[in-house]
Design a protein around this ligand. Sequence first.
Ligand SMILES: [Fe+2]
Length: 333
Amino acid sequence: MDALQDAARSKDAARSKDAARSKDAARSKDAARSKDAARRQARGWARVAKRLEMKSIALALSAPIAWSFLEPHRLVVRRFDVAMDDLPAPLDGLRVAQLSDLHCSAITSSSVVRRAVQTCNALHPDLVVLTGDYVSRRNSYSHLTLARQWARPLMQYAAAMADEVRHLRAPQGVFAVAGNHDYAEGSFDAIRDALEQAGIQTLVNQNVVTSSGLPLVGLDDLRAGHPDAGRAFSQVAADEPHLVLSHNPRVWPLVQERLCLLLAGHTHGGQVHLPGTNFRRKPSDMRHSALIEGWSASGRARLYISSGIGSVHFPMRFNCPPEIAVFTLRRPA
Ligand SMILES: [Fe+2]
């Protein structure tokens, strides 16, 4: 009897153990399943986060890239009063508008130049000056664009440019100097002819006196031409207030002893200026120069570098819109 009871107890104990083992196994399986589910869920969230991150990066990059294609069409007008010692009374209040780097080309259409001309005329300046680069030489188009293939012969752009700038109006005249791109076909002569036929007087190492009595000096381009300060400044005294035009701002040391306002272009203000950085796209001869845009001063000489109107390499600008600068000459207070 006892033996039978012991056997029954052993069986019960074994059953209990089996049941406990089964429960443990089931719990382990449940725990493993939960862990797998949690891992799958975590991987899912990671994928979602990655996708969101990629989308955010794409969005963050695409907005400024899209904007940089629009900015070449956002023409701004910058106005400055320029006090000049010994300025004769008739010149007090004289308004000079500067348009630079028109770059009529496969990537800057003549409609951009037209708008600049219309805007300039609406400002009613007394005098208009153009500081070079009326067209773009073929090798200035980036390899990343098809513009080099599309580009028409340079003189077709010169003719289109001249058809627009002939509408510039200023009672004391429109004057121009050469830029490095204007020498793309070996000399400035053909573009000079197009400008002269459009009623614009070109100054290549020459000076004139405007109808109001302001001496105006034009230097040849430093990079592609032959600036000759001796000829350009002949009969213009260093201590009489005068205006100097040069495409390239690196002529600045030539005029720092003079009482003058030097107006230059060439740099496009960098054309692309990444905010919070020093990055600006610079012409190859300006890589180590601090003269990129805006004002510099030395003694009684002042330099202004325009950001220009057109674009080179890409039809893009960023944080550096095209500009017309208007200077009002003033006698010191
Ligand atoms: Fe230029």
